[in-house]
Design a protein around this ligand. Structure first.
Ligand code: R5P
Length: 320
C-alpha cells in the first residue's frame, strides 16, 4: 500500500475465483480472509466469513461464470453477509460477468439481464464494483454506485509486442464493429493498423458469419482481439475470412476464455496459430490444448484494489 490508511483490507475468494483470488492476495501481500461456502444437497448455497470484518474495506472476488446463476447468487450472499457483519465498504470484484451480454432490449418481451443483476447487487448493499472488459461499457450505467472497469489490453499487448518485431507485417482485427473501439486501442498500443470484420448472427444458434473485412490483411499476420470466447465461432469465422483474403499467420487475444463444450477442439483444428486468454474464468468445460496460453491479470486487479483503497486513480493505469 502506498499511503497509510487506518482501515484494513479484507479479501474473500469466492468459489468461482479461488486461484485468481489467491494470486491477487499474494500480490497485495495479504492472506485471504478465512471463509466457507456450503452447497446443500438440494442445491442451496450458504456462505460465512470465518474472521472478523468489522470496519474493514472488504473485497469479494467472485466471477459470474459457469455455473452462472449459482455463482451470481453466491456473490449476492457474500455482499449481504459482509454488510451484515459491519464491513466498512464492500466491493464486488467480478473478473468476468457473463450477463453482460444481456445489456439491451433489442427484441420484444426480453429481460435486460445485466441491469437486473446490478439492481440485485444494489439491493443487497454492494458499495462498489470492480470488473474487467464488460461486453459493452454502457453497462456501467446499470449500477448507481461507483464501478471501476479494467482492461486486459495492457497485459495482452505486452505479450504480443514481443512477437511483433516487424510492425509492417501485422494488423489487429476485430470480428465486428462492437469490439471495434477496443481493437483501435490495441492498434494504438501496439502501433499497427486495424481491420474490422462485418459479423452477422441470424439467430440465437451462436453461428457467426463474416461477410467481409474492412481493411487489408493480404500478406499480414493478423491478431484478432475480442472480449469473450464462447463457442469460438466468431474467432474461427474471422480467421477463415482473413486467410481467404491472403493473410499469413493468425493469432487471437481474448480477455475471457469461457470456451464452452467443443470450443477447444474447434479452435485446435482451426487455422488460428495461437490464442491468448487471461485467467478471469477458472471453470473449464474441457482442458485447454497447447494452442491456448494464459496470461494473468491478477497484478492488474491487485493494483486496482490498492488504488481504490488509497483513493488513487484507476484510469491512470490505462493511458489513452
Ligand atoms: C460478440 O459480440 C462478442 O464480442 C464475442 O465475439 C462473442 O460473444 C464470442 O462468441 P463465440 O465464441 O460463440 O463466437
Amino acid at each position: 500500500m502506498k499511503k497509510h490508511q487506518s482501515k484494513e483490507i479484507a479479501v474473500i475468494c469466492g468459489s468461482a475465483s479461488p486461484d485468481l483470488g489467491k494470486k491477487i492476495c499474494e500480490r497485495l501481500g495479504i492472506k485471504p480472509t478465512a471463509a466457507e461456502v456450503i452447497t446443500f444437497s438440494e442445491g442451496n448455497t450458504f456462505v460465512r466469513a470465518l474472521e472478523n470484518v468489522r470496519g474493514k474495506d472488504t473485497y469479494i472476488i467472485q466471477g459470474v461464470n459457469y455455473p452462472v446463476d449459482r455463482n451470481f447468487m453466491e456473490l449476492l450472499f457474500w455482499v449481504d453477509a459482509l454488510k451484515l457483519a459491519s464491513a466498512a465498504q464492500v466491493t464486488a470484484v467480478i473478473p468476468f460477468f457473463s450477463y453482460a451480454k444481456g445489456d439491451k432490449k433489442d427484441e420484444p418481451r426480453v429481460s435486460i439481464r445485466a441491469r437486473v443483476c446490478f439492481d440485485a447487487l444494489e439491493a443487497v448493499g454492494c458499495d462498489r464494483v470492480l470488473t474487467m472488459d464488460l461486453h459493452s461499457p454502457q453497462i456501467q450505467g446499470f449500477f448507481r454506485k461507483p464501478m471501476d472497469h479494467l482492461y486486459a489490453r495492457t497485459v495482452i499487448a505486452d505479450y504480443f509486442r514481443k512477437k511483433m518485431q516487424k510492425k509492417d507485417d501485422w494488423v489487429v482485427a476485430s470480428a465486428d464493429v462492437g469490439y471495434g473501439k477496443n481493437a483501435f486501442k490495441f492498434g494504438q498500443e501496439l502501433d499497427v493498423p486495424v481491420v474490422i470484420g462485418n459479423k452477422l448472427r441470424k439467430d440465437h444458434t451462436e453461428n457467426a458469419q463474416i461477410w467481409n473485412i474492412v481493411g487489408d490483411v493480404k500478406d499480414k499476420n493478423v491478431l484478432i482481439v475480442d472480449d469473450i470466447i464462447f463457442t469460438g465461432g466468431s474467432l474461427i469465422a474471422m480467421a477463415e475470412a482473413a486467410k481467404a483474403q491472403g493473410a499469413k499467420d493468425i493469432y487471437a487475444a481474448v480477455t475471457h476464455g469461457v470456451l464452452t463444450a467443443s470450443a477447444q477442439q474447434k479452435l485446435s483444428d482451426s487455422v488460428i496459430k495461437e490464442i491468448v486468454v487471461t485467467d478471469t474464468v477458472e471453470y473449464r468445460f474441457e482442458p485447454f490444448g497447447p494452442k491456448i496460453k494464459t496470461v494473468s491479470v491478477a497484478p492488474l486487479f491487485a493494483e486496482a484494489i490498492s488504488r481504490i483503497h488509497n483513493n488513487e486513480s484507476i484510469s491512470a493505469l490505462f493511458p489513452a
